[in-house]
Unconditional design. Structure first.
Length: 247
């Protein structure tokens, strides 16, 4: 878990750099449109839309972009007909990698993803080859700070359905079943507890420690995949010493 959370934190900071390039705005807008198309415009009854809107707020996406994305999803504006595809493969050192993409050209995206794996020391695999290693979970990361007692926070989280609670590297990590994500989020908000990360994500059952050349290649692969316009999220079961990374 700590490895996954560590990379999630790294991506959280890197996301601010992506925002400068405009990529994160495009990706989140696409995610909002898909969520609306599948579940309607009311976030109260559409968890996927609620999470996408939260991600938009976390990344300071302008309100006009959010509204435009909602209108596209609802069919009020013309937009590309995107489909969701999951790619699975292996990175350097045999790391399991899952890539969630949204594309309007399946053949183009598949060729691009295959090339990125090959170029960065990995290889694209068959559907189902690594997905069994990951579980869909709600993840909350909270900075340890004055005013937050570990025991009180743990009891609060457990009462709201948390499955696991850990104190790691100056942070509290809480995981929960996706169905209990909203209740736990509301509980934290009511108690004025700020989260650094709050999202439904895929967490690996186990992680692999990477060092040296494999670690360098793995970071390059993650960067390349996450930088692709059609890629929404990338999950992998590796752990790297954050101090050795250039962020």
């Amino acid at each position: 878990m700590s490895g996954h959370s560590k990379w999630a934190n790294i991506k959280h900071r890197k996301g601010k750099l992506d925002a400068v390039r405009g990529k994160i705005t495009t990706k989140i807008s696409r995610e909002i449109s898909i969520a609306v198309r599948l579940g309607g415009t009311d976030p109260t009854g559409n968890m996927r839309l609620k999470l996408a809107l939260q991600k938009a707020r976390e990344n300071n996406i302008p309100k006009e972009n959010i509204q435009r994305a909602i209108q596209k999803g609802a069919g009020a504006l013309d937009g590309s007909n995107y489909e969701e595809i999951v790619y699975e493969g292996y990175g350097p050192g045999g790391v399991a990698v899952m890539v969630e993409a949204m594309t309007d050209n399946r053949n183009r995206t598949a060729a691009d993803i295959r090339h990125l794996f090959s170029k960065n020391g990995g290889n694209l695999g068959e559907s189902g080859c690594v997905s069994w290693m990951f579980k869909l979970k709600g993840l909350f990361v909270i900075e340890q700070q004055a005013g937050i007692e570990e025991e009180n926070l743990m009891l609060l989280a457990l009462d709201a359905g948390a499955e696991d609670f850990k104190a790691v590297d100056g942070q509290f990590e809480i995981t929960t079943d996706p169905e209990d994500f909203e209740l736990l989020q509301e509980t934290l908000e009511k108690n004025n507890i700020k989260t650094e990360i709050a999202r439904v994500t895929r967490i690996p059952d186990t992680t692999m420690d990477l060092t040296g050349d494999d670690a360098t290649k793995m970071v390059r692969l993650m960067d390349a995949l996450e930088d692709h316009d059609d890629v929404q999220d990338v999950y992998a079961n590796f752990d790297i010493d954050e101090d050795s990374l250039e962020i």
